[in-house]
Design a protein around this ligand. Structure first.
Ligand SMILES: Cc1cc2nc3c(=O)[nH]c(=O)nc-3n(C[C@H](O)[C@H](O)[C@H](O)COP(=O)(O)O)c2cc1C
Length: 379
């Protein structure tokens, strides 16, 4: 049980926009742009936020909200709130401790940490920071089957409890700012933690990584871009592991139907935070349609644009069981390492508790669509 409206960080409350602005002041422009910006003319990026403003919360009154419990169970694990750390690669561009710091913050808050395939540190190093805390591994399905198999098996043996297959990235989105800045942190080696420690990957190289790093990075790039992945990949992942498989990047109800046919274990409604398809749909706008298809058979999570506790509330009201948060914790990481990450995530958690209390809900199972009023009549 969490006491309502308890401010844990004790610090000045900054909005996520302020965290973003302060982060902008301390990391390089190219690293900041890589984190904050979106693809194309950033239509999807902006739509994600706008969709949250299209709903208002209609509160209930005279209910006992002296105790707010945000706890829940996800894939058999009890977590303290319906919030996860989204998989974000190359975290050392924000702070030298990268995923080591953010995963420690996740562990101390008892929130699941989703580690990216292109993390700066290896999955084993990150696991070493987290002890028994909940962690999932995000997979970009490698162009080399043996490397894909190896990464999945390494994840299972180092205590990751789910595989998140990202499906909205057959190729990289066109991110104008990275082109203008001529910047590719993956190409520069900030996302090699899992590749360079992989024995199967190492065997594909003509020379040891220490002797020819450029060649190793070239090989990583070749395997990373894999536009021929299809639904059959799910069958192959099943052969390699018994862990639950989630698909991240679902926005179309027809794909949700296929996901049921392929017997995946969960869906993440996501558009990669507006970094992939520009002029794509906002995730909040498609959430209900996906939940209608899934009919409670699978957990449905959502990300892209979650910035406030009220956003978490709205996503849950429209059918998500939990949300993932991306850029906000990266701003905290840039500003204060592990401590900064904690502050950002605690702030969103505090806001969520305040929202729940003021809406008249004391447990997350009470949150449903009756608490929302669309601003636009056709929603
Ligand atoms: C800098 C950055 C790197 C990312 N790297 C990955 C990644 O490696 N794998 C992945 O599935 N998603 C990646 N994402 C997308 C996030 O997992 C998530 O979908 C998105 O950030 C959510 O939107 P938000 O930032 O608005 O919260 C990345 C996002 C950012 C901002």
């Amino acid at each position: 049980m969490v006491k309502a409206v308890e401010k844990k960080s004790g610090d000045r409350h900054l909005s996520i926009n302020e965290w973003e602005n302060e982060a902008k002041g301390i990391i390089s422009k190219k690293a900041f742009d890589y984190i904050a910006r979106g693809s194309g003319e950033e239509s999807t990026l902006h739509s994600n936020r706008a969709a949250f403003s299209d709903y208002q919360i209609s509160h209930r009154v005279l209910r006992d909200v002296s105790k707010i419990d945000t706890g829940m169970t996800l894939f058999g694990q009890t977590i303290s709130s319906p919030m996860l750390f989204a998989p974000i690669g190359v975290q050392t561009i924000a702070h030298p401790q990268g995923e080591l710091a953010s995963s420690r913050a996740a562990a101390s808050m008892n929130l699941p940490f989703v580690l990216s395939t292109v993390s700066s540190y290896s999955m084993e190093e990150v696991a070493g920071q987290m002890k028994e805390s909940s962690r999932w591994f995000q997979l970009y399905y490698s162009g080399n089957e043996l490397v894909a198999e190896s990464m999945i098996k390494r994840a299972e043996s180092s205590g990751y409890s789910a595989i998140v297959l990202t499906v909205d990235t057959p190729i990289m989105g066109f991110r104008e700012s990275d082109h203008i800045n001529n910047y590719s942190p993956i190409g520069e080696g900030s996302g090699s933690g899992n590749y360079f420690t992989d024995p199967i990957f190492q065997n594909l190289l003509e020379k040891p990584i220490m002797e020819d790093r450029e060649m190793a990075l070239k090989k990583q790039k070749e395997l990373f871009e894999n536009p021929s992945v299809t639904w059959e990949a799910i069958h192959r992942i099943r052969q390699y592991t018994d862990l639950p498989i989630l698909l991240k990047g679902i926005v179309h109800p027809e794909d949700a139907k296929l996901a049921l046919d392929y017997k995946v274990d969960g869906l993440i409604v996501s558009n990669h935070g507006g970094r992939q398809l520009d002029h794509g749909v906002a995730t909040l706008d498609v959430l209900e349609g996906i939940c209608d298809v899934v009919k409670g058979e699978l957990p449905v999570l959502l990300d892209s644009g979650v910035r406030r506790g009220s956003d978490v509330f709205k996503a849950l009201a429209l059918g998500a069981c939990a949300v993932l948060i991306g850029r906000p914790f990266m701003y905290g990481l840039a500003l204060g390492g592990e401590d900064g990450v904690m502050k950002v995530m605690e702030q969103i958690q505090n806001e969520f508790e305040v929202t729940m209390a003021l809406a008249g809900t004391s447990t997350i199972s009470e949150i449903n669509k009756t608490y929302l009023v669309p601003k636009k009549p056709n929603k």
